[in-house]
Design a protein around this ligand. Sequence first.
Ligand SMILES: NC(=O)c1ccc[n+]([C@@H]2O[C@H](COP(=O)([O-])OP(=O)(O)OC[C@H]3O[C@@H](n4cnc5c(N)ncnc54)[C@H](OP(=O)(O)O)[C@@H]3O)[C@@H](O)[C@H]2O)c1
Length: 262
Amino acid sequence: MNLNLTGRKAIITGASRGIGSAIAKGLAEEGVNVALLGRNPAACRALSEALAGDYGVQAPIIQLDLLERERIKPAVDEAVESLGGLDILVNNAAGFYRGGLTDIPEDVLEQNFIIKPIGLMRMARECVSYLEKSDQARIINLSGTRGREPSLHSTMSGPINMGTNSATKALANLFGPKGITVNAICPGSTDTDRWDELIERTMKLHGLDEEGAKALICEEVPLRCVIHMEDIADLAVFLASSRAARISGTAINVDGGRTRSI
Ligand SMILES: NC(=O)c1ccc[n+]([C@@H]2O[C@H](COP(=O)([O-])OP(=O)(O)OC[C@H]3O[C@@H](n4cnc5c(N)ncnc54)[C@H](OP(=O)(O)O)[C@@H]3O)[C@@H](O)[C@H]2O)c1
């Protein structure tokens, strides 16, 4: 399948690890040059070298902490200058706090909204003048299934991801006439650092060993599987491709069927 991605240019926030780094790799495999935006440039160095070495793409590293509002425009400009244009924006960065409302520290509560639904709108605002020059312009937002079904154990994930889905729809309406598609991907529990923490918590809570905890978590998933970062990256690559030209304003679950609503 020709995805028409070779030589395209992408920006990925929160590229230092987890799903962001998997999406960077998935796009680079298709020949996309990817600017790796991260709070700590040193954490992106190994990935940048691997992408350049393995796939022959450019993978510049740009420092960006999304809590530093005034850094967003310079970081986007720097990334676009380094890449020589922009076709794809992947808003992936997020903070995380597993806990109920009364456990969440006040600063974390605010910051997690600033990083994700607010951060993605700030990123989109700075990128739109570049994206509208592309003939295959894409914005892909990482959301989460809890936006549809809030969790008992992570109060913030619901409103943050619902906000992300809503921002996705609003931006799709706004930027559609400019030829830019905007979509969200909603991962279920995926095997990033958060997965390790989820396993540990489940082991403690239910007095299980690691295998028992995994099995318990997977019981809630109709496909009885763990979601891998590469599963999320595959969908991101498809949404970035020319094959997804007429998909916009939607949020797609990658959760093995776990979400009960449709
Ligand atoms: N993993 C899951 O099970 C799951 C489930 C549902 C939704 N999601 C969503 O999928 C996306 C990726 O998740 P993940 O599990 O890969 O997350 P992760 O492993 O926690 O990584 C988060 C990324 O965001 C970056 N980040 C955090 N705060 C930032 C800030 N202030 N400014 C810029 N970057 C910042 C981190 O950078 P540092 O390395 O500097 O900390 C890291 O690169 C997120 O939007 C998340 O909400 C994940």
